[in-house]
Design a protein around this ligand. Structure first.
Ligand SMILES: *[C@@H]1O[C@H](CO)[C@@H](O)[C@H](O)[C@H]1NC(C)=O
Ligand SMILES: *[C@@H]1O[C@H](CO)[C@@H](O)[C@H](O)[C@H]1NC(C)=O
Ligand SMILES: *[C@@H]1O[C@H](CO)[C@@H](O)[C@H](O)[C@H]1NC(C)=O
Ligand SMILES: CC(=O)N[C@H]1CO[C@H](CO)[C@@H](O)[C@@H]1O
Length: 470
């Protein structure tokens, strides 16, 4: 008893060494008052939870520090496991964690979304488990739920999950841990999705940050050709921190990471909060920055070997990719703005987009679904609650839409401008921002990150069902 209390105190003391991070307006700030920029890596060595093996975390944290990373992103954790060792290993190396709260069987579905108590319970358990770590930077309510415009009716359910998890956070007296979303980067969803998730004027219902999973910068390219110029146009004065929650095209390779110079350079640094590079471990998708040993036959099973790759041990840099990234990050030291000098009046408000046939389908500032609602035939209808009592029917989206609201009138010009900038995107770009031409990227992306089939039909997406990465 006594010694475990002592241990708890010790690890608590260790993690106090790192300042906490809060979202204020369109930026992240440390509790010391400095702006925080993410230099991150996606970290999911094992399917269930990579934050349980303290020794492994120490080895990885130490090399990540050399790489210049200050953040990891973890897609799946087991809320019942003990994360103290790993979280302090990362904190000791000055590294924050961003954690996805959804699980393999609770994520919001793109085509027939619902948001109910089972999901809420699963998400809130992750929050309960991680809230006390000072190096918890943020929590995601979802990753790439919506991948094409006709799935946009799932967006209000994303908002519902953010609203409920933020309310839960506040009701428990947890610190203001940022709660946000990580989006597929598809031009037909831009800027509608990012605007929708931050529109409506009620911060309690909006996400605290927006992450974009973008693979559209494939070296050699540049700020304009890659399409980053469009991302920037749409991120100007964004109301909450916006950053790349996954990035790093590996075609043709080696990876040069020249996008980091733009993200942290004069074009973008005032509006973006950094990037999480996909990914730490080398595996079949070949995005790895390090490996734990040579590739083996996929049929081989053994301790720490899954899917043809060793998933624990001493991390060895993949060359030249690791060094290339490390060299970039070493030269990138943005200071941004001090919290005391930051004027949140400079941020924009976003209109709730109006729907268009076969485009964005959520018409204006619709009522965010309540817990227990499901989407049927393009409107929300309450499903019977767990106790069997039918809740009252919700108004349909159309009835509820604030069409022609003053916000839309006020923001119209900006939105029109942003959407018109799309066709100017250079056609030479192999970008995911051009979904029709950019099939290759979309496919590759599905293969790497999706554990489920999208309704974008292609073999890679379907195969990804078997994959644990999203
Ligand atoms: C959504 O769009 C995809 C791709 O264009 C199409 O295959 C699918 O049938 C559409 N789904 C619905 C419900 O319209
Ligand atoms: C903002 O949203 C919260 C959560 O849905 C709600 O409780 C509150 O009444 C809303 N505030 C306003 C001013 O509408
Ligand atoms: C939530 O929805 C899922 C899928 O329909 C269902 O299995 C689960 O029982 C629901 N949870 C509650 C509390 O109703
Ligand atoms: C910035 C940097 O280090 N770039 C290097 C990345 O790798 C290629 C291939 O080895 C080198 O040519 C670059 O100089």
């Amino acid at each position: 008893m006594h010694s475990s209390l002592l241990l708890a105190l010790c690890s608590a003391t260790l993690s106090y060494a790192i300042p906490t991070i809060e979202a204020v307006g369109g930026k992240f700030f440390t509790s010391d008052g400095d702006q925080f920029f993410i230099k991150g890596v996606a970290y999911q060595l094992t399917e269930k939870d990579p934050l349980v093996d303290t020794e492994q975390c120490k080895r990885d944290a130490s090399l990540m520090k050399k790489l210049g990373a200050n953040t990891i992103r973890v897609y799946h954790v087991d809320p019942k496991a003990d994360h103290d060792g790993c979280m302090s290993a990362f904190a000791d190396a000055g590294i924050y964690a961003m954690v996805d709260m959804d699980t393999f069987d609770t994520y919001i579905l793109p085509n027939d979304p619902w948001w109910n108590q089972t999901q809420f319970d699963a998400y809130s358990k992750v929050m309960d488990t991680f809230h006390d770590y000072d190096n918890l930077l943020g929590l995601f309510v979802g990753n790439e739920i919506i991948a094409i415009n006709n799935q946009s009716l799932a967006a209000p359910f994303i908002k519902a999950s953010a609203r409920d998890l933020k309310a839960y956070r506040d009701s428990k007296g947890y610190r203001k841990i940022p709660v946000g979303y990580s989006a597929t980067d598809i031009a037909e969803l831009r800027p509608w999705l990012q605007d929708y998730l931050t529109c409506g004027g009620n911060a309690s219902e909006n996400i605290d940050f927006y992450g974009l999973n973008s693979y559209q910068w494939c070296d050699p390219t540049d700020y304009k050709t890659s399409g980053y110029i469009n991302l920037q146009e749409q991120a100007k004065n964004f109301p909450v921190p916006i950053f790349f929650s996954e990035t790093g095209c590996n075609k043709p390779g080696p990876r040069l990471f020249n996008d980091q110079d733009s993200i942290f350079g004069p074009e973008m640094v005032n509006d973006w909060s950094g990037a999480i590079v996909y990914e730490w471990i080398q595996e079949a998708n070949e995005y790895g920055l390090i490996s734990y040993g040579p590739k083996v036959d996929p049929t081989v099973t053994g301790k720490d070997i899954v899917g043809g790759f060793t998933r624990a041990g001493t991390p060895t840099p993949v060359k030249p990719d690791f060094d290339n990234l490390s060299k970039h990050w070493a030269t990138i030291t943005p200071t941004g703005v001090a919290r005391s000098e930051y004027n949140t009046k400079s941020i924009s408000t976003r209109a709730c987009p109006t729907s268009t046939p076969s485009g964005w389908l959520v018409n204006g500032n619709v009522a965010v679904p309540t817990l227990g609602e499901t989407l049927t035939a393009s409107s929300y209808s309450s499903v019977p609650s767990a106790t069997g009592t039918a809740a009252s029917a919700e108004p349909s989206e159309t009835q509820n839409a604030v069409s022609g609201s003053k916000e839309i009138a006020g923001m119209g010009a900006g939105l029109v401008e942003a959407s018109q900038s799309q066709p100017q995107q250079p056609s030479s770009s192999s970008s995911a921002a051009a979904p029709v031409a950019g099939g290759e990227i979309v496919e590759q992306h599905c293969d790497d990150h999706k554990r489920r089939a999208w309704s974008i039909k292609n073999k890679n997406c379907l195969r990804a069902k078997l994959n644990w990465h999203r």
